[in-house]
Design a protein around this ligand. Structure first.
Ligand code: ZN
Length: 178
């Protein structure tokens, strides 16, 4: 059971936010993502427009006046089975992720996953929902879908037992820690 760690949420007074993008649901956890991480993900997503790529979103579950998630790192998924319109994480994918977290990101949690939909748009398929329900079932875990050909992307999160599309806040630059 992961408990949220108290930390002031990025705000216009503590960071340069690019502002909210999309619909931020009132009763769901706000998602903050650092701009360089989002850029990394979009660059990685364009590396192979012919098949699906995936990865993992690492960061923190925090609480300020409200709970929120802050995405601070992206790790590409390795050892995946990838085709034009499907992506499967293997035992080795999870093993390598676990090792990377242990060795390099011990203070981070897996906030969710990312995968691409080359030229078929932003949604979660039945299989994507199966993955989300089985491997990312914590109420604070999110999914990010990127279509590198249409240059679109979107987040999804849990809301009252359903996985719904949602907005996020892109944090341009964190203020120095006091
Ligand atoms: Zn998908």
């Amino acid at each position: 059971m992961i408990e949220p760690i108290p930390k002031p949420a990025p705000s216009p007074t503590t960071s340069l936010q690019r502002g909210a993008i999309g619909t931020i649901h009132r009763d769901a956890l706000p998602i903050f993502i650092h701009e360089p991480v989002l850029e990394d993900i979009l660059d990685y997503s364009e590396q192979d427009p012919g098949r699906e790529l995936g990865g993992f979103l690492l960061g923190g579950l925090h609480v300020d006046e409200f709970e929120y998630v802050e995405i601070r790192h992206f790790r590409p998924a390795v050892e995946v089975h990838s085709r034009a319109a499907s992506l499967t994480f293997t035992h080795d994918t999870w093993a390598k992720l676990t090792r990377e977290i242990d060795e390099q990101f011990a203070d981070q949690v897996v906030l969710g996953w990312h995968h691409t939909h080359p030229n078929f748009g932003i949604f979660l398929s039945a299989y994507d929902l199966f993955i989300h329900r089985n491997f990312f079932s914590e109420p604070w875990q999110v999914a990010l879908v990127v279509d590198p050909q249409r240059q679109e992307f979107g987040f999804f999160q849990w809301k009252q037992g359903e996985v719904v599309d949602c907005g996020f806040v892109c944090v341009k630059e964190a203020a120095p820690n006091p």
